[in-house]
Design a protein around this ligand. Structure first.
Ligand code: CP
Length: 329
């Protein structure tokens, strides 16, 4: 399955319809999503953590790959918007008996469901589903193969803005297994659309795809050069489950060269923040004292995921808060 372009994401009036990729989205759409998420960010501290924006709507979480953060925060986000939420995972679905993913989704649409959140190992799975949906049904990509993880990128942008306020002066380093990372691709697209000063990709040559520079980043295998004066350090998980061959020499050697330690972090700016989409491998891509240290915003990323996913779902479903504006400008 090959992902199609972003035109599928808009309806004929230019409103955001599906959320499948960051690629091709206008800057103002990203800003609107972040601004609306701001209005949801304190919901977790309220006594009644609900708003009726999606009351009467049915959200289906369709996860064909494991997930802790994305699946749970979509469930919480849907419930905080008062949607009815159904969670389905691969082992509980009839795809395990040979039904195609499209027949499964069509079956669920026949039950008058409204919104699908889809994670699949195949690049383009969410696009495929979106292209076969009736007009009123919405689809969100919760991670497809190596292709895209757009809601993760948006919660990462929210977390960066929370710490740094402005994007334009920032230098961001993305470190590690970029080859297998759908998160890195979506982050690079979002950072460029939001206008950061520079994005540097750091890692061993075996884990940096040659075409990545065409996305407007610079690459290096040297942590000292790469981390010099950066404002934001984003670590990526080593995705052993997607590796065909021996792409890293040994875990210890990888950690020695690319694992983020207090010593390596000294090359970044003093106020640099440390991010990781999770799940983290302690002692492989990041030292425990850095992951748990004062510059880490890893758990803030998780918390922010709820508000950002509420914002995206409300926007797709046409639910209006006073802060929600039109998409295209
Ligand atoms: N970051 C992320 O997608 O985590 P999960 O696999 O736990 O959803």
């Amino acid at each position: 399955m090959m992902p199609s372009d972003s035109s599928l994401q808009f309806d004929e009036n230019g409103n955001l319809k599906h959320f499948l990729t960051i690629n091709g989205l206008p800057r103002q759409t990203l800003i609107n999503i972040l601004d609306t998420a701001e209005s949801f960010i304190n919901f977790g501290q309220r006594e009644i953590k609900k708003v009726p924006l999606l009351r009467g709507k049915t959200l289906v979480n369709l996860f064909f790959e494991p997930s802790t953060r994305t699946r749970t925060t979509f469930e919480i986000a849907g419930k905080r918007l008062s949607a009815d939420v159904i969670n389905l995972s691969a082992s509980r679905m009839s795809t395990s008996k040979g039904e195609t993913i499209l027949d499964t989704v069509r079956t669920l649409v026949a039950m008058h469901t409204d919104l699908f959140v889809v994670r699949d190992h195949a690049s383009g799975a969410a696009h495929l589903i979106a292209s076969h949906m009736p007009d009123h049904v919405r689809v969100i990509n919760a991670g497809d193969g190596r292709h895209a993880h757009p809601t993760q990128a948006m919660l990462d942008m929210f977390t960066i803005r929370q710490s740094k306020q402005e994007f334009s002066n920032l230098t961001v380093a993305i470190i590690g297994d970029v080859l297998h990372s759908r998160v890195a691709r979506s982050q690079i697209q979002a950072l460029n659309i939001l206008g950061v000063k520079a994005v540097r990709v750091i890692g061993p040559r075996t884990l940096i795809p040659t075409e990545i520079e065409s996305m407007g980043v610079t690459t290096t295998s040297d942590m000292v050069d790469g981390l010099d004066d950066v404002d934001v350090v984003i670590m990526l998980r080593i995705q052993r489950e997607r590796m065909d061959g021996q792409l890293i020499p040994s875990e210890q050697e990888y950690f020695n060269r690319y694992g983020l330690t207090e010593d390596k972090l000294k090359f970044a700016r003093q106020d640099a923040i440390v991010m990781h989409p999770g799940p983290i491998n302690r002692g492989l891509e990041i030292a425990s004292n850095v992951a748990d240290g004062s510059r880490s915003v890893i758990l803030n990323q998780v918390t922010n995921g709820i508000a950002v996913r509420m914002s995206i779902m409300a926007k797709l479903m046409g639910a209006r808060e006073s802060s929600m504006n039109e998409d295209r400008s």
